[in-house]
Design a binder for this molecule. Structure first.
Ligand code: KG4
Ligand code: ZN
Length: 345
């Protein structure tokens, strides 16, 4: 079985071809970073318009790179949500139209499930379940109890306000870095002195697994406005900020594992590319003698490969959507996914 994957939930047009036996055959991404950089964040209308411009040429070049003809494609997976409505509609319309014309099924994919399944795509394994997943991206911060791969997901905690990636990006802009600034802030933090600034670890002083990053963001904003006049101070603030976000995520992961009695943790989404987060989670899991799954760096941020793979898993189990209406879900909880009965890889 060979699947074409289409990702357009935010500001990256990601296209990939995944083959059940040969694995990932092609994975191309067109990122709109330059387009949004002047605004310090994604402008939804511009994102949708740019997806329209880029999506067809990118599909053609990805199919060529994978040496696939349209006749060899058995299904078209697309991100149906959550995400920006205009951007989602571009991917969904193209996917449904191609599927209709090529007489193959279209498979609607949940963006966060696609992130969650990336370690399976890379390692060709079925993850140990039950396990806990930390999904950290620009739009979401979720702690999920994965009862079973393919739909039995229980949200243990989520952010009440900004997502972890979102605060990284906002603070990065104030530090003079380009959007999306998560990785750049982390680079800057390497030159910082830990301890000169200390920011709060929100909601770690009370029980529960939810997050709130807006207070931490405000503390960092105050420090920047009142003190950040030289590069060393900026680096020191970046270092303290990264330390606080990472510490908060690690504390909540440990708590989720303690609470559930589990020892296996999956970490995925754009912020899972953060080096300090990876090192500290590894340390925490080693102390527990548990198991930790991370995607390789290229699969942490949005990409078409994860969508093709999630679509493959769903199509394998017979879950598809032959309805011709184009429905996307900008807000869509992982808890409402149709359940896969048996996962075959
Ligand atoms: O998963 P993703 O590509 O898009 C969404 O689904 O939102 O995540 C993008 C987010 C951005 O906020 C970006 O700044 C953040 O991931 N990010 C990082 C790093 N690399 C990407 N944040 C912290 N450290 C990094 N190394
Ligand atoms: Zn994402």
């Amino acid at each position: 079985m060979r699947i074409l994957g289409i990702e357009t939930s935010c500001d990256d047009t990601g296209i990939a071809v995944y083959d059940q036996y040969q694995g990932l055959l092609a994975n191309k991404i067109y990122t709109q970073n330059v387009l949004h950089a002047n605004y310090g964040g994604v402008v939804p209308e511009l994102a949708a318009r740019d997806h329209i411009q880029k999506i067809i040429p990118l599909i053609i070049s990805t199919l060529n790179q994978s040496n696939s003809t349209k006749k060899e494609i058995d299904g078209i997976a697309y991100t149906a949500g959550p995400g920006l409505i205009g951007a989602l509609l571009v991917g969904a319309s193209v996917a449904k139209s191609l599927a209709y014309s090529w007489k193959v099924p279209a498979i609607d994919v949940h963006h966060m499930e696609a992130h969650l399944l990336t370690p399976m795509l890379e390692n060709k394994i079925v993850l140990d379940v039950p396990c806990v997943a930390l999904l950290v991206s620009g739009g979401h911060t979720l702690l999920v109890l994965v009862h079973d791969i393919g739909g039995k997901y229980e949200i243990l905690g989520k952010s009440f306000d900004d997502a972890a990636g979102e605060v990284f990006d906002k603070i990065a802009v104030l530090l003079g870095l380009k959007y999306p600034g998560g990785a750049l802030l982390s680079q800057m933090a390497k030159r910082g002195v830990l301890g000169r600034y200390v920011f709060p670890r929100p909601m770690t002083d009370r029980p529960g697994l939810n997050f709130s990053f807006s207070g931490l963001k405000t503390s960092a904003v105050h420090a920047i406005i009142s003190n950040a006049n030289d590069m060393q101070t900026k680096a020191d603030i970046a270092c303290a900020f990264e330390d606080a976000v990472v510490d908060t995520l690690v504390i909540k992961c440990r708590r989720a594992l303690n609470q559930t009695g589990l020892k296996c943790l999956i970490v995925s989404g754009g912020v899972s590319a953060n080096y300090i987060l990876r090192v500290r989670l590894e340390k925490m899991i080693n102390a527990l003698k548990g198991k930790l799954y991370f995607p390789n760096l290229e699969f942490c941020t949005d990409n078409g490969a994860m969508v093709a793979y999630a679509g493959f898993i769903r199509l394998q189990s017979g879950l598809l959507n032959n309805n011709l209406s184009i429905i996307v879900r900008p807000r869509w909880s992982l808890e409402y996914l149709p359940l896969i009965k048996k996962v075959t890889i």
